[in-house]
Design a protein around this ligand. Structure first.
Ligand SMILES: NC(=O)c1ccc[n+]([C@@H]2O[C@H](COP(=O)([O-])OP(=O)(O)OC[C@H]3O[C@@H](n4cnc5c(N)ncnc54)[C@H](O)[C@@H]3O)[C@@H](O)[C@H]2O)c1
Length: 267
């Protein structure tokens, strides 16, 4: 059975640990690691597996696959250690993988796989298929509640007065890489889209501020040799962490479950 260790026992880590515990995923939860060890111990106490709370290094040593749901900063320490030990990884903090061709090269050399779930996005399956042919344009439009944008670096640096908006407004248009830097909360979605397309295909991003908005809405528009499609997802926040979409946590479980299934559906 697949031995899974979890780094990060916050909203997503907890939902995934519970899914393994109730056998929704055919895997064994062998270790938990978190910089907040009390949080990890609280979770361990509620699991029937009573998985041990250990250091990052020990979690990696005990696992076939390391599930990361911590932070982009955590990747700097965790990924090199997992690569050194030749472990497969499933990464939620996808923004931290942008531009890390060095890690991808090392993974290829060490024979490790890096799995990136669709997270809060829908439509990556279509983009992957479409990428086999010519892609003409890929655009991500993220509609976000004003309240969720107020502390974004770009909004602060440009002195944008979003509180006074009475109707939705496009506040950023540019490359998906620039969007990930300017709006760190969009970084995971932007990075997943970037990684799903070939590097030579430009991917554009638009951020729209929505006064009194309640949900994060991501729309992908793609056109190319295959035709065109639009995928829109309106995300409900997770109950454990309102900054995380419920779909992102479900997507982590579905990706893990997919690794152990005989029949895999979807690109
Ligand atoms: N791919 C996606 O679409 C998507 C969607 C939502 C969230 N995410 C990302 O997934 C990650 C987890 O999200 P969450 O909502 O569960 O967060 P969370 O804040 O609820 O939990 C994160 C946990 O990781 C721990 N942690 C953080 N940095 C650490 C480090 N350096 N070493 C050890 N432990 C560390 C924290 O103590 C905390 O317990 C975040 O990076 C978030 O941005 C990705």
């Amino acid at each position: 059975m697949l031995k899974v260790g979890i780094l990060g026992t916050g909203a997503i880590g907890t939902i995934v640990a519970n899914a393994i515990d109730r056998k929704q995923v055919d895997a064994e939860l062998v270790a938990l690691a978190d910089q907040d060890s009390d949080r990890a111990k609280d979770l361990a106490a509620k699991l029937s597996s009573h998985s041990p709370v250990v250091s990052i290094e020990e979690m990696i040593d005990r696992s076939d696959l390391c599930f990361e749901a911590a932070s982009q900063a955590a990747l700097e320490c965790f990924v090199p250690k997992a690569l050194e030990r030749g472990r497969d990884m499933l990464i939620m903090s996808v923004g931290g993988l942008l531009g890390r061709q060095d890690w991808f090269r090392q993974a290829a050399e060490r024979g490790c796989r890096i799995h990136v779930p669709s997270g809060a996005l829908a439509g990556l399956d279509g983009i992957k298929s479409a990428s086999i042919g010519r892609l003409d344009s890929v655009t991500l439009t993220s509609r976000k509640p004003v309240a969720a944008l107020l502390d974004a670096r770009y909004v602060v640096d440009h002195g944008l007065q979003l509180e006074t908006l009475t109707e939705e407004k496009v506040i950023f248009e540019g490359s998906v890489e620039d969007a990930a830097r300017a709006f760190p909360k969009t970084a995971n979605v932007a990075a997943a889209l970037r990684l799903a397309t070939s590097p030579e295909v430009p991917v554009r991003a638009r951020i729209v501020a929505v006064p009194n908005g309640k949900t994060n809405i991501h729309e992908i528009r793609v056109s190319g040799e295959f035709g065109r499609f639009t995928a829109i997802v309106e995300n409900n926040p997770s109950q454990e962490n309102p900054r995380t979409s419920q779909l992102a946590a479900y997507s982590a479980i579905a990706t893990l479950a997919g690794l152990t299934k005989v029949v895999r559906v979807g690109t």
